[in-house]
Write a protein that binds this ligand. Structure first.
Ligand code: NAD
Ligand code: TYD
Length: 337
């Protein structure tokens, strides 16, 4: 049995990960430690909550005593750290909580994992640590770190720390840097769910700047299968890029959503650009493909349709979120524009 601590497992990617692992494996016992910030939602874990090999604990990864108690009580030998403040716009409005959770929180986990001599520590990172690309080229694992937002700089600090623990203490640390995810259960502040929900609610779609910024999109299940592989088979001390080679301009995504839902492009509202907005991300994932045999399984065309369909069928899920924090949600979207 693998006793695995998953942090941030009530968020978008972490909950998809837990549901995926518990659906298909019975050799993993998962303790999910999540603070349940605005982005954490136990409803995401409905299909897992009664499983014998799953336990939820509400708490902060910065809480030393709690983290140590979990390692002792549940004999944790594996850690996957998904917990983070994850939204760039929020990091621009206020960065402190980003450094607290993403840097100090990761330090608490690494220090405890070191003392308890874990077998594996997977730090879930992002391609945003590489900064921004021009018209050509892709991020490889040897692209220099050059983060531009408070969010990406906090993730980059955590990456450096995790690698330093490998070099200094020979801790069995592995890292993944994935591109932009989409899929069910994504909090409606990120581009794709926000645009789907605004379209369904007949609200304007706020496109930043000229709408020509490029992101490289991957379906969340493809990310999670890659993370599972790196957790168990990745070489310690190594970084693995994850991406599905699907570059899209933001405006192309927005128009695709409008077309799918049968709405007019008049709903598009070009608004003031995000400060420091990275122009283009594109990821080279040949290392994980060649060394670990991973490849993306989902075609963008089908998976984006499945995602739109999921939001159509799960109105209760997102209406509760929007109604619950509507004012904050509204301010975040329009305050600076
Ligand atoms: P999310 O915001 O949906 O979820 C984050 C989760 O972490 C929430 O459940 C929240 O309650 C929890 N959390 C926040 N602070 C915490 C703390 N101090 N202690 C314990 N739990 C805490 O984020 P996501 O999109 O699921 O991202 C998960 C991870 O993947 C993050 O580390 C992010 O940097 C990384 N990542 C995300 C993307 C993407 O496109 N969303 C791409 C690449 C990497
Ligand atoms: P986002 O989902 O916030 O992810 P990230 O900034 O981490 O890549 O944004 C994706 C892209 O969409 C990014 O270029 C910013 C843009 N965007 C908009 O144009 N309008 C919006 O309302 C949001 C949330 C994002």
């Amino acid at each position: 049995m693998k006793n695995l601590l998953v942090t941030g497992g009530a968020g978008f990617i972490g909950s998809n990960f837990i549901n995926h692992i518990l659906d298909k494996r019975d050799d993993v016992f998962i303790v999910n430690l999540d603070k349940l910030t605005y982005a954490g939602n136990l409803e995401n874990l409905k299909s897992s909550e009664n499983k014998k090999k799953y336990l939820f604990i509400k708490g902060d990864i910065q809480n030393h005593e709690l983290v140590e108690y979990i390692f002792t009580k549940y004999k944790i030998k594996h850690v996957i750290n998904f917990a983070a403040e994850s939204h760039v716009d929020r990091s621009i409005l206020g960065s402190e909580v980003f450094y607290r959770t993403n840097v100090i929180g990761t330090n608490v986990l690494l220090e405890t994992a070191r003392r308890f001599e874990v077998e594996r520590f997977l730090q879930i990172s992002t391609d945003e640590v590489y900064g921004s690309l021009g018209e050509t080229g892709k991020f490889t694992e040897s692209t220099p770190i050059s983060p531009n937002s408070p969010y990406s700089s906090s993730k980059a600090a955590a990456d450096m720390m995790a690698l330093a623990f490998y070099h200094t203490y020979q801790m069995p640390v592995v890292l993944t840097r994935c591109s932009n995810n989409y899929g069910p259960l994504q909090f409606p502040e990120k581009l794709i769910p926000l645009m789907i929900i605004n379209t369904l609610n007949n609200k304007k779609l706020p496109v930043y700047g000229d709408g020509l910024n490029v992101r490289d999109w991957i379906y969340v299940i493809d990310h999670n299968k890659a993370a599972e592989l790196v957790w168990e088979k990745g070489k310690v001390g190594e970084v693995y890029n994850i991406g599905a080679s699907r570059e899209m301009k933001n405006i192309e995504i927005v128009k695709l959503i409008l077309k799918t839902l049968g709405k007019s492009e008049d709903m598009i509202n070009y608004v003031k650009d995000r400060p420091g907005h990275d122009r283009r991300y594109a990821i080279d994932s040949s290392k994980i493909q060649n060394e670990l045999g991973w490849k993306p399984e989902f075609e963008f065309e089908t998976a984006i349709q499945n995602t739109i369909q999921w939001y159509l069928e799960n109105k209760n899920w997102w209406e509760r979120i929007i109604n619950g924090s509507y004012l904050e949600y509204y301010n975040l979207q329009y305050k600076n524009r």
